[in-house]
Design a protein around this ligand. Structure first.
Ligand code: AHR
Length: 482
């Protein structure tokens, strides 16, 4: 029998809801025939957005949504996406060479902000600092956030249907500026960052938080050199690295060894956080700059999604992706003293997605269910845990008198029996246990949308301060103790 002990006197603080953030870029089928079907579509929609997705997404309490990219942001002109839809230009977007799809700009700033409002998420706008000037970013911020009846850009926003400011709380200054975002050195990027953040200062009327482009996964040198060059010369809230754990075998018919490989790669998120954290602390011992994980997830070979390869980067999601989601969120919860935001890439018809959609069809993936099971951690006080079996990934938190424990079994075919107890606190008397478990390859399809769904919650009593639970192989369990 394995053990999980909740260390009641140890906490790293509050789990920022934004750790449960999302990313929806203009790429492949994320928007067009994914999230967005248009107001005149026969598909049920709310002001153009698929009703199924709006309702399901809202139900998991998405705290934040990043837009418009990703790489897409690096050539995006925000003016292409405002004004009457029928007058908007058709443009070649960043991804054109990959899929030869033209950007209609039907979804622009107003539509995106409306989607955020519909689902209850706060918008996070990534600005183009590669192909646009500091004045362009400044004008975009002014358009989005200046109060009503102030400037000409605020009046233009009103003419376009939104008199009130959008109050966008997060701006990313660039994206992957070590690569597609200008192939900069960290020193060069730090100087660009300072320039953009400084120039935008006078229109930052709502105290929006700036997020700087961090490293590509293991490139700690970028973090170190950016921090040294930046030297706290202007406002910054977070430094965002990207980590895709990549692929191992086919997205659906992987082998047992490939399961182990990808689980191991995903688990590296912890080491990565520790390494970037150490590099940041050397220049920011007071931890003023937070760590953001702007993009993360599995990146399987193309073509396994329902569009059969038409939608760029669309991939099918199995229980392997769900377990990787669960263990990654556990890592974030357990580093909530440093991680202030994390956005899984991406929301729909793409990498590591929560939704697959096309035509009249729309389904949730197993990854969606993990976000649903974990939502009680948002804003909870993290509780440190001691676990005897390393193949069990665990985190715990307390909010409103409920302790939430989430455990993911990273074993391909071995269930784990575990006893949960608490040290230096009372455990409570009644527990509700919800299990998401299926064959490692199990996944949802348009034909069989409920192949993977959580079981009904089971109520148990906690006897003598100990709760016995079985975490099925390749399964995830949420325990709520009252
Ligand atoms: O998520 C797909 C792409 O991956 C993003 O556009 C880019 O930022 C990253 O390289």
């Amino acid at each position: 029998m394995e053990k999980i002990c909740l260390i009641g006197c140890e906490s790293r603080g509050v789990i920022a809801p934004e750790i449960y953030g999302h990313f929806a870029e203009h790429i492949g089928g994320v928007y067009y025939d994914g999230l967005w079907v248009g107001e005149d579509s026969p598909v049920e929609n709310i002001r153009g957005f698929r009703k199924f997705i709006v309702e399901k997404f809202r139900a998991i309490h998405p705290p934040v949504l990043r837009w418009p990219g990703g790489c897409f942001a690096e050539t995006y002109n925000w003016r292409d996406g405002i004004g009457p839809r029928e007058c908007r230009p058709k443009t070649v977007n960043w991804w054109y060479n990959y899929d030869h799809r033209v950007e209609s700009n039907a979804v622009g700033a107003h539509e995106f902000m409306d989607f955020c409002e519909q689902v209850g998420a706060r918008p996070y706008v990534a600005a183009n600092i590669t192909a646009q000037t500091p004045m362009d970013m400044r004008s975009f911020m002014e358009y989005l956030n200046m109060p009503e009846n102030t400037t000409t850009l605020a009046a233009e926003r009103a003419e376009n249907g939104h008199p009130a400011p959008f109050d966008v709380p997060y701006f990313g200054i660039g994206n992957e500026n070590w690569g597609g975002g200008g192939n900069m050195t960290p020193e060069q990027y730090a100087r660009e960052y300072v320039k953009y953040a400084t120039i935008c200062g006078s229109v930052n009327v709502n105290g929006a938080k700036y997020i700087a482009c961090g490293a590509d996964s293991w490139n700690v040198d970028w973090t170190e050199r950016f921090m040294r060059e930046f030297a706290h010369r202007c406002p910054i809230w977070g430094l965002a690295f990207h980590y895709y754990c990549g692929r191992a075998g086919d997205p659906v018919s992987f082998t047992r060894e490939e399961w182990d490989t990808l689980i191991a790669k995903a688990s590296q998120m912890e080491t990565l956080i520790e390494r970037h954290n150490a590099a940041m602390l050397a220049h920011d011992p007071d931890k003023r700059i937070k760590i953001v994980v702007d993009e993360w997830g599995c990146w399987h070979p193309d073509g396994s999604g329902p569009s059969g390869g038409y939608n760029l980067f669309e991939q099918q999601s199995t229980m392997r992706d769900a377990v990787i989601t669960a263990l990654t969120l556990n890592i974030f919860n357990n580093h909530c003293d440093r991680i202030a935001m994390a956005n899984v890439a991406q929301l729909c018809n793409n990498l590591h997605c929560l939704f697959l959609a096309g035509g009249e069809h729309a389904i949730v993936t197993p990854t969606y269910h993990v976000y649903d099971l974990y939502k009680g951690h948002q804003g909870g006080e993290q509780i440190e845990v001691a676990v005897t079996d390393k193949s069990l990934s665990v985190s715990a938190s307390e909010k409103d008198g409920v302790i939430t424990v989430t455990a993911a079994n990273t074993n391909y075919d071995k269930a784990i029996d575990v006893e949960i107890s608490a040290f230096a606190r009372e455990l409570g008397t009644t527990a509700e246990i919800t299990v998401l478990a299926a064959d490692p390859h199990a996944h949802n399809t348009f034909e069989n949308p409920d192949a993977v769904v959580p079981g009904a919650a089971q109520t148990c009593s906690v006897g003598g301060g100990v709760l016995a639970v079985t975490v099925p192989a390749s399964g995830i369990v949420r325990i709520e103790i009252r």
